[in-house]
Design a protein around this ligand. Structure first.
Ligand code: SF4
Length: 249
């Protein structure tokens, strides 16, 4: 049974760690997804030793990359060693709080005009990890699609650990996910992927799969993929990954 590990900005879990002493509980999503995944909350600003409440900050380009700067004081916070605890973990997915200079995925960076990942999220976003902001999950189809990717990444990690042939498969799946993000190219027969995962690894199976995927990329496969995503709907399909666990917040 696979239970993906999903990092999350602590304030989205209801922890009162925001600069104003509040939280941004992501109640609807947590109620839906709940115990299907292992949530790993982390607040990078609290981890740095900044108090609650604290001075609001913004991000700017510094000599050694992004810095966090106090809006009023101009104090610079760039000691990110305390983030290593979280950064050293492997995540299948990560849900970030939008608009935060630390956690956001599309925030203004000074000098004014440029936009980028936040100081912390930029250290996660380049990995083989599905990432999104909490506001992306307001749309139910996007929510299902995101967690479907999370489960697939988790599944590929398990198989990756079993041998080189499966490493090839994991790379193929990752490629498929990336291509899927750039419509209209996508994986046509997602069910075939799952069937493949269920079988013992065969020496030429990965090559066959790659060929199948390459063929599929040339077709108008988006409708089939969408239909499959709709079928998931956080329903019985997820039962094969893990047993439901009561979730409290
Ligand atoms: S730094 Fe991130 S986790 Fe902490 S309060 Fe801000 S958005 Fe939430």
């Amino acid at each position: 049974m696979i239970k993906p590990r999903v990092g999350i900005s602590s304030c989205l879990m209801g922890e009162k760690v925001r600069y104003d002493g509040g939280h941004k509980l992501m109640q609807t999503v947590l109620a839906k997804v709940g115990g299907w995944v292992e949530w790993v909350p982390f607040c990078p600003e609290v981890a740095m030793g900044l108090g609650v409440p604290r001075e609001p900050m913004h991000a700017r380009h510094g000599v050694h990359g992004l810095e966090l700067v106090g809006n009023q004081s101009g104090s610079v916070f760039s000691d990110f060693l305390s983030w290593n605890t979280q950064l050293n973990r492997v995540f299948d997915g990560y849900v970030f709080k939008s608009k935060s200079p630390s956690c956001g995925l599309d925030i203004p960076i000074q000098p004014a005009g440029s936009r980028s990942f936040g100081a912390f999220s930029s250290r996660i976003a380049g990995r083989e990890t599905a990432v999104c902001e909490e506001r992306d999950l307001d749309d139910s189809e996007a929510l299902v699609s995101f967690f479907e990717s999370v489960f697939l990444i988790a599944e590929s990690r398990v198989w990756e650990a079993r041998g080189r042939a499966v490493q090839d498969f994991a790379a193929t799946v990752s490629l498929g996910l990336r291509i899927r993000g750039g419509e209209p190219h996508t994986i046509r027969d997602y069910g075939a992927l799952r069937n493949f995962l269920a079988k013992p690894v065969q020496s030429d199976a990965v090559l066959t799969l790659k060929e199948a995927l390459n063929l599929d990329f040339a077709t108008d496969s988006l409708c089939e993929m969408r239909r499959y995503v709709h079928q998931l709907k956080m329903g019985p399909e997820f039962a094969r990954f893990s047993a439901p666990v009561p979730f409290e917040f």
